[in-house]
Ligand binder design. Sequence first.
Ligand SMILES: [Mg+2]
Length: 263
Amino acid sequence: VVTTGDDFVTTRTLLSPFFCHFDLPPKRDGGAASITADPLDILRYFSPLPGPNPGHGVKYALHKAARPISRGIPSIMARIAVDMDDVIADTLAKVLDEFNRRHGLHLSKSDLIGAHFHEILAVDQHRNLMSMVLEDTFFGDLPVMPHAAAVLERLSKHHEIFIATAAMEVPTSFNAKYQWLLTHFPFIAPLKIVFCGDKSIINADYLIDDNPRHFARFIGTGILFDSPQNAHAKGYHRVHSWLEVEEYFKNIQAQKESTVSAN
Ligand SMILES: [Mg+2]
């Protein structure tokens, strides 16, 4: 992951077990910083090739993440990444309501048990649905999943919570999603919101998601949030509600506390 700007802390703590700080020369008065370091040093850092010791402005800091991932915070805390669509937002309900309204249909969640829209809609209908979700404001008024806000606020007192949404699938959704999160989950700081593509880059202890494909290369434990479309997915810990999520983490916390006190 290569980032720009001053988000080193987020980069170091969330995204990567290997963190390189690319040191820039100090800004001159009013002038933009420019890179004077040799980019080949980055290559040397990641390869075993011998090379001259970096001596022209590049500093490296290597932080190997040790389990538990949440270093620096009490060991009973977990870092929990939470998906947005169909986990804290009932996106499917909005899609169905709006699509039915526009096209005089009567599709329901039960039509999507173990199926995706492209499997139950004609090609032109599916095209209409995709252009509907690409509208800038579509994600701005999603219903909040029952108990999601209250449970996440309670969990945030004991654990580190991040929202990780694969927003790159619908890039037009960024602003509406961000505003929605600020409105309904104001206790989650903007620096703990991650708009991403492939979630395997997320460095957390748990990922709560309705799409099991995000668990394939995820470093931590995947928790499958039940939805009609994942009804047939097997091999994951499945939760059916946010109250069940809360119970799951109460049990995890109790186990950790008993381990800590036993030691
Ligand atoms: Mg989702």
